[in-house]
Ligand binder design. Structure first.
Ligand code: NAP
Length: 235
């Protein structure tokens, strides 16, 4: 039997690359998104999957997305937003929205997926964190906090779910060429490239290649790990 896979935030960027990388190894692919209906539907048609609109920050919408699912083998928690701002200028609405999406979204999806995986005694949960969750970034304090929280969540869930045959791992990308980084100035880009030992910005497919491996049975003994895809940014 082929696998059932759900990738959150899969209409664009890293999530779309993960959906592409996983499509051949599964017989049911769910492409979650929030706003970009036509992009998500075009990708779903190309990959033979289903596009499902749901705000991962909203537990009711997440429950609805899972309502018709009787099985789930691979959950990729990728949906996320960024916020580049001085910490003291960040409003309560802004930090709550960021935490609700980046941390709450992962909690909502894991809470919906885990009962299905426990029943199967099998599952792969892959959570997309960030190098900023490991090192912290100036003017991205709340984003860094949300991504650091995902590392704690990964390690704790790996312990809680190991006896149920479920692995939980975290992928921590460095700077990746997606819409999220569209606002970087040429100076910011140059600084980030020069802090990256491999001297370049990564592609979404670089992250997807690791996600695909973690979803395979070859990765069955890997759990509770934080694995960087960052060109050596975090030494
Ligand atoms: P992106 O190009 O901005 O794409 C974000 C994706 O998340 C889109 O598919 C978007 O859907 C979806 N999304 C946003 N909020 C959502 C919500 N509340 N519910 C459901 N879907 C939602 O971002 P990206 O660069 O690919 O980033 C993907 C993940 O990697 C994020 O968690 C990000 O923090 C992390 N990351 C990125 C980088 C980087 O350099 N790019 C580095 C480290 C970590 P719509 O298209 O419908 O809006």
């Amino acid at each position: 039997m082929g696998k059932k896979v759900l990738v959150t935030g899969a209409s664009r960027g890293i999530g779309a690359a993960c959906a592409r990388a996983l499509a051949n190894d599964c017989d049911c692919l769910v492409i979650n998104y929030l706003n970009t209906d036509s992009t998500a539907e075009t990708l779903a048609a190309e990959l033979g999957g289903t596009a499902v609109r749901a705000d991962v920050a909203d537990s009711a919408q997440v429950r609805q997305m899972f309502e018709t699912m009787d099985r789930l083998d691979v959950l990729v928690c990728n949906a996320g937003i960024s916020l580049v701002k001085l910490f003291t200028d960040t409003t309560e609405n802004e930090w709550r929205k960021l935490l609700d999406t980046n941390l709450g979204g992962v909690i909502n999806c894991c809470q919906a997926a885990i009962p299905l995986m426990v029943r199967q005694k099998y599952g792969r949960i892959i959570i997309i964190s960030s190098v900023w969750g490991v090192t912290g970034a100036s003017c991205e304090a709340v984003y860094s906090a949300s991504k650091a929280a995902l590392i704690g969540l990964t390690k704790a869930l790996a312990k809680e779910l190991g006896p149920s045959g479920i692995t939980v791992n975290c992928v921590a990308p460095g700077v990746i060429e997606t819409d999220m980084n569209a606002a970087l100035t040429p100076e910011d880009r140059a600084a980030l490239i020069s802090s990256t030992p491999l001297g370049m910005i990564g592609e979404a497919s670089d992250v997807a290649a690791l996600v695909r491996f973690l979803a395979t049975d070859e990765a069955r003994f890997i759990t509770g790990q934080v694995i960087g895809v960052d060109g050596g940014f975090v030494g």
